[in-house]
Design a protein around this ligand. Structure first.
Ligand SMILES: [Zn+2]
Length: 83
């Protein structure tokens, strides 16, 4: 499943997501799925039930991007450690 699918399955997308670009970023020129994925990465969504770690790198659950082992290893050391 793609990252977007995991995000909308496990997290609540605010009703004002499309309009509140002060918080979620401008919507022009950026696909809805990309904005959702970016907002998830920034921890802007509340979990529907339990918080689920979703990796925006490989698109699986159970870990975040910074812990991803599916290639792009050089990204890991540049990611923050506070999520
Ligand atoms: Zn991963």
């Amino acid at each position: 499943m793609a990252v977007y699918g995991h995000v909308i399955t496990h997290y609540t997308i605010p009703v004002n997501f499309e309009n509140d670009w002060h918080k979620f970023g401008p919507s022009s020129g950026v696909a809805h799925e990309q904005r959702v994925n970016a907002a998830y990465s920034a921890d802007l969504f509340l979990p529907k039930k339990d918080k689920v770690n979703i990796c925006v790198n490989c698109g699986t659950t159970g870990h975040r991007k910074k812990h991803c082992t599916a290639g792009m290893g050089e990204v890991l050391s540049k990611e923050g450690i506070n999520d």
